[in-house]
Design a protein around this ligand. Sequence first.
Ligand code: 2RA
Length: 336
Amino acid sequence: QGLRVGVLGATGAVGTEILGILAQRSLPIADLRLLASPRSAGQTLTFAGTPLPVQAVSAETLQGLDLILASAGASVSRQWLPIAVQAGAIAIDNSSAYRMEANVPLVVPEVNPQDLKDHQGIIANPNCTTILMTVALWPLHQVRPIRRIIAATYQSASGAGAKAMQELKDQALDILKGNPPRTAAFPYPLAFNLFPHNSPLNDQGYCQEEMKMINETRKIFHTPDLRLSATCVRVPVLRAHSEALNVEFFEPFPLAEARNLLQQAAGVAFVEDWERNYFPMPLEATGKDPVFVGRLRQDLSEPNALELWLCGDQIRKGAALNAVQIAESLIAQGLI
Ligand code: 2RA
């Protein structure tokens, strides 16, 4: 029989995408419960053509669930997911709350599905930039272990939420009308501009977003010594992230072999047309499932390194789709 599934944060950008993906895919659902904060409760959303009420999350509304998909922020996850698990649910959490906890699997289904068997109730969905990067690099890492990654990210407004996406549009209109761009969701104007990711900085000058890529990738790959540095930047794009990756191995990686591996890789769409200088673009990755990879080339400064470019939908594969695929993997492995 089907699963009793809860979606916590159902009215947010990722929660809405989760509902759309659940309606498109074949997770067996016997009962779907939409949960949100009291201020968002009371709305009615449509799931597969059926109106469903959004209920306020509480100890009572978390009873009787087999699975809960959460995307409502770290504080909400910390407050409510232990209660949901205590009541018998498996929780797949998109927030950063539990990602680095030792007893919480951090999973990208194309990369480390085997880690799911160790779950103790909570499973963490990685940060979007980490998901996109690990899907692209895992096929190469399996053949020749990666020694070092240098990542530069070009992150869409959607990573800061639905209000931030709207603000980018509003700012563009403001500027085109000759008005000062309004800044509420973002600290600075993003339209016709860009700025280093504005998450808190540590003593070494790295922001939380950059440290997530470093720490989460090491956990997902099970490579605690992997050398990784990142520079994360917010750019005026609506909902797909892009990343420029310099990937160094312990030996040269033949270009043709790397290209062949990426062309066959799970979750990857390899896009390259050198004649037309056509490679992945965020506008074309938007709304799509795969991580679009291309512009693969030998690093001219380092024989052991390759350069590659990727784009991926931040809300879809970067969050909602990965969470649903984790649920599908739990079923495939007989873990739920
Ligand atoms: C961002 N990855 O893009 C973070 C949170 N979604 O800002």
